[in-house]
Design a protein around this ligand. Structure first.
Ligand code: FES
Ligand SMILES: [Fe+2]
Length: 410
């Protein structure tokens, strides 16, 4: 790949081709429980510095960080009724960016009428707060199944990673890494620690398929000892365009959401949904918990004894922006070619004024979006459940014991 194409595929700032494509999609900015009523937090998204807050009525809002007056940070502002007030001279803005007051100006001043702060629409769904940074009118926030299913438990893992979003997404169309990184390398690391080596992912992968569908790319595979009759090939699981992966089996379902913070940082969410067999009751969750997924030890070394830590090592060790001018692709990289072409095609579509893949404006198509996902994965059976939770990010979940009890209840 030449340097120009790499720039086009990776850069996410406003006005760049990829930045413009990605701005057509709603993206998570926080878990709902991370922003309490009358509090605020800084958020960086697509190279833009913003402040997310909840007003006195609990409504979330997203505003540019720098005050339009003289650029002080609204992150230190006071939440005041239906808006936020700058700490420096008290200018007050509502959720739409309208300037309501400029208290240091003389009585009768009309200055506030000529001032507007940049704000973006935010909505809450399934325990997340999501924002839309693109041109109006905003499309509908997609009601993906995991966000809206009832009778389930959910949690949200999060990690801030120092690398570009694209190398993380490319990992999602790279099925051969499962056999090597999570199969052989995990066994190698565990053996070095004197622990039993897991064998689950070591099965040789015989065949891969990548099919475009209305929400992205469906990935299929056949593993050694299996056939095209298996769920792995018949159903597969999707890359949900442009920044999500859907995975899971046996009652565990999750989105891995790769939110581009800027060109060299990505906020990674593991949005999990645990769904027991029909008829089983789950406790009501007052709040969907959020937890941090650690990936470095006290010395700053990668944590390599769990699946997601291994993935993070691969992504981060590729560099802040993986240098694709020096890559040497093989036939096992077929999925990358499909995904990159899709990105290029969709950037072109946006440039020509169209709505890209997966953007929804018809409420009838947005009641619930059920996505395909294998029920039975790798022929491993339900007994794999408990072990797989310990092998991945879920080992840090504050509700993992409840989840395990519910999913394994007879
Ligand atoms: S800098 Fe915000 S009110 Fe002056
Ligand atoms: Fe992986």
């Amino acid at each position: 790949m030449d340097a120009k194409r790499q720039e086009m595929l990776t850069r996410v700032g406003s006005g760049t081709p990829m930045g413009e494509l990605l701005r057509r999609y709603w993206m998570p900015v926080a878990a709902s429980c991370e922003v309490k009523t009358q509090s605020s937090r800084r958020v960086r998204l697509l190279c833009e510095d913003l402040v997310l807050y909840r007003d006195t009525a609990g409504r979330p809002a997203l505003i540019e960080e720098k005050c339009p007056h003289r650029r002080a940070s609204l992150a230190f502002g006071c939440i005041d009724g239906e808006g936020i007030r700058c700490p420096y001279h008290g200018w007050k803005f509502d959720g739409a960016g309208t300037c309501l007051e400029t208290p240091a100006e003389p009585e009768g001043s009309t200055l506030h009428q000529r001032v507007k702060a940049t704000t973006y629409p935010v909505e809450e769904l399934g325990g997340l707060i999501l924002a839309y940074l693109g041109p109006p009118p905003a499309p509908l926030l997609p009601r993906y199944d995991l966000f809206v299913w009832e009778g389930v438990l959910r949690d949200v893992g999060v990690a801030e990673l120092p690398c570009n979003w694209l190398q993380i997404m490319e990992n999602s169309v790279d099925p051969s890494h499962l056999e090597w990184l999570h199969g052989h390398h995990l066994a190698y690391m565990r053996e070095k620690q004197g622990q039993p080596a897991p064998t689950h992912y070591r099965k040789k992968q015989i065949k891969h398929g990548f099919d475009l569908f209305e929400h992205g790319i469906i990935k299929r595979r056949v593993v050694e000892g299996g056939s095209e009759q298996d769920d792995d090939w018949q159903i597969g699981h999707p890359l949900v365009f442009p920044i999500m992966l859907r995975v899971g089996s046996h009652g565990q379902h999750r989105f891995q959401i790769r939110v581009p913070v800027d060109d060299t940082h990505t906020r990674h969410y593991w949005y999990a949904c645990y769904r027991p067999a029909a008829g089983s009751k789950v406790p009501i969750q007052e709040e969907i918990p959020v937890y941090e997924v650690p990936w470095q030890d006290d010395q700053g070394e990668f944590l390599l004894d769990f699946v997601d830590g291994q993935d993070i090592m691969a992504w981060v060790s590729q560099g802040p922006i993986a240098d694709r001018t020096r890559e040497m692709l093989g036939s096992s990289d077929q999925g990358l070619a499909v995904y990159r072409k899709l990105l290029v095609d969709q950037m072109e579509l946006v440039r020509n004024g169209g709505d890209p893949l997966g953007v929804i404006r018809d409420p009838n198509q947005n009641q619930i979006i059920e996505l395909p996902q294998e029920r039975e994965k790798y022929g491993q059976g339900a007994s794999f459940l408990a072990e797989s939770m310990e092998m991945g990010h879920a080992r840090y979940s504050p509700i993992k014991h409840i989840v395990r009890d519910i999913l394994t209840a007879k």
